[in-house]
Design a binder for this molecule. Structure first.
Ligand code: NAD
Length: 524
């Protein structure tokens, strides 16, 4: 989250660069004392910040500094955007056929298949996300690049019907130019892939800014792009904080499109930044997603669904189902099982094959959750399980927590916590559940568990969300769109349509009659 406590910026001289696959780079060792030194990637070359500034990244499971990154200056960001602009205007990327561009992205997919496990270790060390999950996501990553590589030569124009004597009218789709991609720390490789792959497939060039809380996996990804033969300047990475790095990037006059994933407060600043360059925007923001469980639901299945909705990734997911709406008749039975299951969750080393939940990614995350939970307790919310740090004296761990809330006005029901905290509310009738579910500033995702398909469908249609699950949760596919509305942002990522969001139409009229253009001032 913005405002996180981070170690002071250092000006430590750059040691051996980390990019994991470079000649002589040592394999990453979890918990190893040596700090890994990462570099930015601008115009096809690894580089440090122009003034030598660096910042550190902390392993959230051990609270030890494990990596260091360049703190990009305004000049560095400007150089990256200009390199991307040059590559767009005159470089080979814009002159390549769409099929050739697609082939480069498919090579990225091949490289990822080999390097995925190493990138997964980087992401887990950086964020505390379970290695089992980052490994799965790394595999899925190759599929995303393969998918958009395949779509590159399917961005088609149109020939609208016009009269036989009218000029030929053509609609062509063209890339926009330089894309600025700003990504958060959670699922950073996957979330950035949903920007990089369609943007490049459509013929744009890109500058990516990972989160200063965790930049490792995205930064290491540069090596994949280099090995796959992405031309210089087409793909660039700048690392650093909101200001100057993020602000310079998003307000840069040469940026034509901003793709942002993160929190709503940052989104407001990015909207303001885009007033400078009038860049097109898409905003993937947070959520406070409701899950409705009706009396007729299969209890065991719905309990499993809820476990995945709120405790997977320690609840640090934009789609987390963090508001459970439980019908009266099933309320006690369901909660008893859910609380028992939550109590069995194994918290600990995110590298462990048996671990169910790792730490939160930042100390600020944990502090915020504790603060909002405390305020909700004072207002009368009742913790049924969890609420503590799980007995860890090191690492930003937080227990799976289930809280009974009398109404929707408790701070933990209104605000996105981005952690493993579930608010539970009771309802009697379907209408009441829908009313409660709709009563939120967010509209990202939602879910329902019931054996009545008609009720499931009515509920799915009545709750505002960009993604909705019936009798399951968290299932996903790169071919399906995701995104939200209201405080959850606007625009969609994933699927075929996303590639069009990185293009604009041009309407071309061509007079093929061979006749001279008539004098416009002579009326016939
Ligand atoms: P954040 O908004 O604090 O930061 C996100 C990124 O924005 C970071 O790279 C940060 O450096 C950058 N940034 C911050 N201020 C900026 C500025 N003024 N100008 C330009 N860039 C700036 O979010 P976070 O804490 O990293 O991530 C958590 C949030 O992201 C949650 O709200 C979560 O729900 C959301 N999220 C949404 C999705 C989605 O797909 N909708 C996915 C994951 C996370």
């Amino acid at each position: 989250m913005s405002g996180a406590v981070r170690p002071p910026r250092s000006r430590r001289p750059a040691g051996p660069a980390y990019p994991y696959a470079r000649a002589g780079a040592e394999p990453m060792k979890y918990g190893a004392a040596m700090t890994k030194t990462f570099q930015m990637f601008i115009d096809g070359e690894y580089c440090d910040a122009s003034d030598g500034g660096r910042f550190d990244s902390i392993n959230p499971a051990t609270e030890e500094v494990w990596a260091s990154f360049p703190e990009a200056t305004k000049e560095d960001v400007d150089r990256a955007v200009r390199a991307a602009h040059r590559a767009f205007e005159s470089g080979p990327w814009s002159r390549m056929s769409a099929r050739e561009r697609g082939n480069v992205l498919k090579r990225v997919a091949r490289e990822l298949e080999a390097a995925g496990p190493e990138l997964a270790i980087a992401e887990t060390t950086d964020t505390g996300k379970l290695l089992r999950e980052t490994r799965w996501q790394a595999k899925n990553l190759a599929e995303i690049y393969e998918y958009y590589g395949g779509l590159a030569d399917k961005v088609e124009g149109q020939l609208p019907p016009t009269g036989p004597d009218a000029p030929l009218a053509m609609i062509v789709r063209e890339p926009l130019g330089v894309v600025a991609a700003v990504v958060p720390w959670n699922s950073q490789l996957q979330l950035s892939a949903f920007k990089i792959a369609p943007a490049l497939a459509a013929g744009n060039t890109i500058v990516v800014k990972p989160s200063e809380e965790a930049s490792a996996a995205v930064t290491a990804f540069a090596e994949i792009m280099r090995k796959a033969g992405v031309p210089d300047g087409v793909f660039n990475i700048v690392t650093g904080s909101a200001n100057p790095c993020g602000q310079t990037l998003t307000s840069h006059p040469k940026v034509r499109r901003i793709s942002f994933t993160g929190g709503v407060e940052t989104a407001r600043k990015i909207i303001a930044a885009s007033a400078e360059n009038i860049a097109m925007l898409s905003l993937e923001l947070g959520g406070k997603s409701p899950v409705v469980v009706y009396d007729d639901a299969d209890v065991d299945s719905a309990v499993n669904g809820m476990m995945s909705a709120i405790f997977a990734a320690s609840g640090q997911s934009c789609a987390a189902g963090s508001r459970l709406l439980l019908q009266d008749g099933i309320y006690d039975r369901f909660l008893e099982k859910l609380v028992a299951r939550a109590g069995e969750i194994i918290i600990g080393d995110p590298m462990g094959e048996d671990t169910h939940m790792g730490p939160l990614a930042t100390r600020a995350q944990r502090d915020r959750i504790e603060d909002l939970l405390g305020k909700s307790q004072e207002a009368g919310a009742k913790i049924l399980t969890g609420g503590g740090r799980g007995g860890f004296d090191k690492g930003w761990f937080f227990e799976p927590t289930i809280v009974e809330c009398g109404d929707q006005d408790f701070p933990i029901v209104r605000n996105e916590l981005f952690g493993p905290v579930l608010s539970v509310l009771r309802f009697r009738e379907e209408d009441e559940a829908i009313r409660m579910a709709r009563d939120s500033d967010y509209a990202f995702a939602g879910g329902v568990f019931t054996s009545d398909f008609g009720k499931a469908y009515r509920t799915a249609r009545a709750i505002p969300a960009g993604r909705f699950w019936i009798n399951t949760y968290r299932v996903t596919s790169y071919a399906m769109p995701f995104g939200g509305s209201a405080n959850s942002g606007y625009g969609r990522e994933g699927g075929i349509e996303a590639i069009h969001d990185y293009t604009q139409t041009k309407a071309i009229f061509a007079d093929l009659s061979g006749e001279k253009v008539s004098d416009p001032f002579v009326m016939r």
